[in-house]
Unconditional design. Structure first.
Length: 155
C-alpha cells in the first residue's frame, strides 16, 4: 500500500484545542461581575471531580483555567457617582432617533441582548466621561449620540 493512503489513526485529524482567549486590556469588573466570576469558579471546581469522560474533564479544566485567570486579574471599579458616563453606570441615550439604554460592564459580564455592554465596545468608549445633554460623534456621524440620563449602579 502506498504511504499516501496510510493513516495511523483519527487523532492526527482532530482540530487542535486552544485555550479560551483572554480579552485584551484591563479586567475591569462590577461587584456583580466579580460575584459571577467567583460563582463560575466554584461551579467548575465542584463539577470537575464528578466527571468521568476524558474529553469533558479536559474541556472543564480549560474553562476553569480561564475563570481562575479572570478571578486573579479582576480589577473591581469604584462605584461612579452618576454625574458623567463611567464604568458601571446605566446610560439612557438617543442614537439614530431611537432611545436606548445600556449598562457599562466588564467583558465577562457583557450581554448585549440584555442591555449589558462591555466597556471596550466602541459605543461605550464613545460615551465615556460624557454628561447629560452632551451630543457625541459616533460611527462617522457628527452628534450621533445624545446622552439623556446617567444612573449609578444600585449595588
Amino acid at each position: 500500500m502506498s504511504v499516501a493512503f496510510r493513516r495511523d489513526g483519527d487523532e492526527e485529524h482532530l482540530e487542535p484545542k486552544f485555550e479560551r482567549p483572554i480579552p485584551p486590556g484591563p479586567n475591569l469588573v462590577t461587584a456583580r461581575g466579580l460575584a459571577q466570576i467567583h460563582a463560575k469558579v466554584i461551579e467548575l471546581e465542584t463539577l470537575l471531580p464528578g466527571l468521568a469522560d476524558e474529553a469533558m474533564i479536559t474541556a472543564t479544566r480549560r474553562e476553569l483555567r480561564y475563570w481562575r485567570t479572570r478571578q486573579a486579574t479582576a480589577q473591581p471599579c469604584a462605584t461612579p457617582d452618576g454625574t458623567s458616563v463611567a464604568f458601571g453606570c446605566t446610560v439612557a441615550f438617543r442614537l439614530n432617533g431611537q432611545q436606548r439604554s445600556i449598562t457599562i460592564v466588564g467583558d465577562d459580564e457583557a450581554s448585549p441582548t440584555s442591555g449589558l455592554l462591555a466597556f471596550s465596545a466602541p459605543l461605550c468608549r464613545a460615551m465615556m466621561d460624557a454628561e447629560v445633554g452632551d451630543r457625541l460623534d459616533f460611527g462617522g456621524r457628527h452628534e450621533a449620540i445624545e446622552i439623556l440620563a446617567i444612573e449609578p449602579p444600585a449595588d
